[in-house]
Every structure is written in C-alpha cells, then in structure tokens.
Design a protein around this ligand. Structure first.
Ligand SMILES: Nc1ncnc2c1ncn2[C@@H]1O[C@H](COP(=O)(O)OP(=O)(O)OP(=O)(O)O)[C@@H](O)[C@H]1O
Length: 570
C-alpha cells in the first residue's frame, strides 16, 4: 500500500467554512451536549465505597418492589400520553440530545391493558416472544408512578435530556425490572445501554432503600472491549449520581486494588474478569444481574472459555441474565437459550438490519489504488465529518494514517496494537472533536457511541454482514441521520450481494445486478461468519456442541442449588 500512497500527491482538506458547525463541534467551541464525566472516575470510587454503609434506608412513598427475591408486583398502568421515538423511522435530531418530537399514540378505548400494550408494541415495532410479558413503558414518568423508582434516579434520567424511552427501553426496562431473562435485539444506536443500566440501578437502589442490600457484587455488565466497558461506565455514572452506589470499571489497575465485595456494579471485558474468577480474586456468587452487551461477539469462539467461566461463576439462584445486541444470530440464541430460564425475546424492527436513517451506498473503486482517490473525491464532494473510516488491519490503519497526515488531513487511528492509553486518547480526541477523521479497525466497529459521527467509510470491505451493520451503525444514532459509503473492488464481489441486500432492505438504492449476483457468492460471506481462526467448520460445530453441553451442565448444577435454596436446605 505504501507505494500506492506515495505515488499519489495533492492535498485533501476539509472546507472549514462549509462545515462551520462541525468545526465548532470538533474544536469544542460550543459543546452541544453535556459531556459525561471522565471515565477514570468509574475506576474505583473509594469515597462512595466508604459511604456505602450509610445508605439511605428511607422507604419510598407509594413504591412497590419491582424485583425482590423473584416476586414482582406490577401495578395498573398509569394514564399518560405516548410519543413516538421509533428508531426505524426516526426524525433527525440535532446534537442536543433530545429525542424526536412527541406524537400522539392512537387512542385505545377499551381500557384493556393487554390491548394497550399491544398497541404500543405495534407502534414502536417491538416484537416479543415468551410468556407473561410485562407491559412496555409509555413514558419515563412511569418509572416513578408505576415502578416506584427513587426521585433522584428519575431526576438523573430526566437530566439526560431524553424526552421519551426508545423502543428497546420501553420493553427491556420493564422486563428486567420484573426479573426476566432476556434476549434484546435492537438496531445500532437505539439506546440499549440505558435499557440495561437503568433497571440494574433501579433494582440496586430499591434494595438499598429497603434495607435488603446484602454485601457482595450485585451486577456485572460484560462488553467485548475495554473501550466499550468504559463507554457504558460513562452512561452509568450519569444515572447513579447521588445514589451512593459503588461502580467499578475493571482495568489492570482496578483489578489489583479493588475490594470487589464492596462493589455494586462492575463493568468489565470477559478476558480480565474471567482471569480474576479463575484466580479466585473475585466472587460472582452474589451477582443478580449479568448483562452481556454485544452478546453475539461475546458468544463467539474467541471468548468461549471466558464467557462460560463467568456464566458458571454467577451461581445465585435468582441471577437474571440478559443478552443485548443489534445482531443476534440464531445459533447464539439457541446456545444461550439452553441456559436461560424462560427467557423473553424482544426484537425492535427487523432482525439483523441496518438503520434506515443512514444513507448507504456502494462505490466501485476498481483496485486498491482507487481507494485513496475515491476518498479524496468523497471529501471534496462534501462528505460530512466527523468521519469514521474502517480498514481491515492494524497495518493498514497505520499506513493510511501516515498517508493522510502527510496530506494534511486531521486524522488519527485506533487499533489493537496501540497501548491502552493511546487507544483511549484516540477515542477521547474523536469524541471531543479534536480529530476529524478516525481510521479504525473493527476494534471500534461495535457499540462505540461517538458524538455526532456524520459519516462512515468502509475503506476496506467488511468481512461479514454483521460487521457491516455494526460499522455503519456508528453513524445515524439515536434518530440522527448519517451517511455510509462502502468501497468495493472486483475481489469483493463474493460478499457484495449480502451487503447490497442490507442496503436495499434499509431503503437504499443498489443496482439490480448486485441483488441478483449468484447465491454461491453469498455463501462465502455466510461462511465468513464462522470464527475466522484456524478451526474448521466441523471443529467449530463440535466445539459448539461441547460448549452447549458444558453450559447445560452448569445450569443443571445451579438449578439443583436453587431447589435446595427454595427448600431452605442450602
Ligand atoms: N431515550 C433516549 N432518547 C434519545 N436518545 C437516547 C435515549 N436513550 C439513549 N439515547 C442516546 O442514544 C445514543 C445511542 O445509545 P447506545 O450507545 O446505548 O446505543 P446502542 O443501542 O447500544 O447501540 P450499538 O448497538 O451501536 O451499541 C447515545 O448517545 C444515547 O445517549
């Protein structure tokens, strides 16, 4: 690639006048939204840990425990207007963080709570599978009136500036508050993080207020990378303000010096957490909520041992496990289903699709040498920064970074070869607007919520449709619009049809010939979904079977404990 880049000359610059608004955003001249506190705060809140003993024990007026030792009281639905924030047909938002303008819900005259719940689900394209499904939230206000969330927690949620729950929040929050195990599948950027953090915090707060809080770690949120765990920690810190809950983001430093027995919520990546479990430095037996964010990634073969070890270590009989992702292949669901208890499946919109508020297109670049030319052209044509640009490897990220720096483009790169500090700096600089164009590998292809990314470029063609959905989902978040451009070359044609289908399904324009490409070619893309390691397909299937058996064995052990527990013998 060096020679190709070296052969190209001529600078490419953003038109600062044209992108005045964006430039202001980058330079931080007028931050449009309240920035969450620095993640470092989440590392080990020693002060909070100390004050933990003095937890408020005042009973909340008119509250009912939504989740206490398995008993779940659901009160009649409160009267409230419903407004529309449908991530599938969302209104573009400005950067101010407020959701799309509320619209009225169709009137339900019967007063039948089931019908009302169904109307809400239909309106927000929420599909549920499972028994005894709790009614979806109508408004955030119901968190107080119906679920008895503390005033302070309601205030923290209000301060986020969201006028109404997103569809996944509407259904997943009541489900988790009711202690239901869950598969939650909702589009990228649709607010899944708050959907799992809010019920955890509400439950912990309820336990503490009612004097039921026992010592020991209560909740674990697993994310595939440390950056993602840090991002969830930023969101968590906003909603636990003033609640005296003890949160910790697992890192090398906190792994050493933290008394996890005194922590309420732990955010971690599986490698580090499983290491602590194996060396008995952490005890997960008191964990009541185990959330697996980007669950399909966590359940793939790269994390097999760690995830199985963590699931097995969460031995509390009433542990609630929830899997969240924008993409959840059937195989992962089947595997996880073998251990979950009567889980609900909540799906928002269509499964495994890209968000329709992202304008997606494919650009033919001929050969490798055409990519940089096409990139220059896109920028010259006015592709809106901030831009997140994906390449297939760390080497390519470094090369392209050097080349763009040379050309005077304000770019940075992020990849797994960098140290933790450099990675965090790259994320922070892009988030704060210091960097206009971030060259990334799939390390940040999932989950990362960067402020107002306007464009995504797939400089290198994504390996799988799942990678595509997550990559382009870095833009068009929370109802905003965005643009995604995918470069393809002759050699990418084997995977073209699958991606073209996704663009087509999201309302994008693709030529007919792409949709009609032969199926055999699509199979190449499908087989790419299998672990990209040295294991063969047969090995993979055998491993999956063995894994299922192992998970089932652990679940049976836990069921036995639960039985003993309910008979008072344990
Ligand atoms: N109720 C809401 N109204 C408006 N915006 C919201 C709401 N809830 C969350 N958001 C915002 O939506 C953005 C995306 O949320 P989040 O990162 O949780 O998405 P996600 O569904 O986890 O996406 P991904 O699948 O890519 O990880 C965040 O900036 C968040 O602050």
């Amino acid at each position: 690639m060096d020679s190709i880049f070296a052969a190209l000359s001529g600078g490419t610059h953003f038109d600062k006048q044209r992108f005045e608004k964006e430039v202001k955003l980058f330079t931080g001249a007028s931050p449009p939204v309240q920035q969450p506190p620095a993640v470092a705060l989440a590392a080990e809140p020693a002060a909070a840990a100390k004050s933990g003993k003095k937890r408020e024990r005042k009973t909340q007026q008119g509250t009912s425990p939504a989740h206490s030792n398995g008993d779940h009281a659901v009160q009649p639905a409160a009267e409230a207007g419903i407004s529309l924030f449908n991530s599938q047909a969302a209104e573009p938002r400005d950067n101010g963080g407020a959701a799309a303008a509320p619209e009225e819900l169709p009137v339900v005259r019967t007063g039948d709570p089931f019908e009302e719940a169904n109307v809400i689900r239909k309106q927000f394209r929420i599909r549920v599978a499972g028994s005894d499904v709790p009614a979806p939230l109508k408004t955030f206000d119901e968190l107080g009136s119906k679920y008895g969330l503390s005033k302070r927690l309601q205030q923290n949620v209000a301060e986020l500036g969201f006028s109404e729950p997103t569809p996944i929040q509407r259904q997943a929050v009541p489900a988790l508050l009711a202690g239901r195990e869950l598969f939650a599948i909702a589009p990228t950027g649709s607010g899944k993080t708050l959907a799992f953090l809010l019920p955890i915090v509400a439950w912990l707060r309820h336990q503490a207020t009612h004097g039921e809080g026992q010592e020991g770690l209560k909740a674990v949120v697993l994310s595939p990378t440390r950056e993602l765990a840090a991002q969830s920690a930023r969101c968590l810190l906003l909603i636990v303000k003033g609640l005296k809950l003890r949160c910790s983001l697992l890192s090398r430093a906190t792994a050493e010096g933290t008394d996890f027995f005194k922590v309420d919520i732990l955010l971690a990546n599986p490698l580090r957490l499983a290491g602590l479990v194996s060396s008995k430095q952490i005890n997960l037996s008191s964990v009541r909520y185990l959330v697996m964010d980007e669950a399909d990634k966590l359940f793939d073969m790269n994390f097999v041992e760690q995830i199985d070890c963590i699931i097995a270590a969460c031995t509390h009989p009433h542990v609630v496990r929830a899997l969240f992702s924008a993409t959840l292949p059937q195989g992962v669901e089947e595997l996880a289903r073998s251990v979950l208890k009567d889980p609900l499946r909540v799906t928002v919109g269509e499964r495994n699709t890209a968000v329709s508020s992202i304008k997606q297109r494919l650009v033919f670049v001929g050969r490798e040498s055409g990519k940089l030319i096409a990139l220059r052209q896109l920028i010259a044509e006015g592709l809106k920064p901030p831009i997140l640009l994906f390449v297939s490897s760390k080497d390519r990220a470094q090369e392209l970074h050097r080349e763009l720096m040379f050309e005077g483009v304000h770019a940075d790169s992020i990849h797994a070869d960098q140290g933790q500090a450099a990675r965090q700096a790259a994320v922070d600089n892009f988030r704060s607007g210091k960097t206009w164009l971030l060259i990334a590998t799939d390390l940040v292809g999932r989950g990362m919520d960067f402020l107002g990314v306007n464009s995504v470029i797939n400089y290198d063609f994504p390996q799988t449709t799942t990678d595509y959905i997550h990559r382009v989902g870095r833009t068009g978040r929370a109802g905003r619009t965005g643009e995604a451009v995918t470069f393809y070359m002759e050699e990418d044609k084997g995977r073209l049809r699958a991606i073209a289908n996704i663009i087509h399904a999201a309302g994008g324009e693709v030529p007919d010939w792409m949709l009609q490409l032969k199926k055999e070619r699509q199979r190449t893309a499908k087989s790419d979904k299998r672990p990209r390691s040295t294991v063969s397909l047969a090995d993979y299937e055998k491993q999956t079977e063995r894994r299922k058996a192992r998970l089932e064995k652990n679940a049976a052990k836990r069921a036995k404990t639960e039985h003993l527990d309910s008979n008072g013998h344990a």
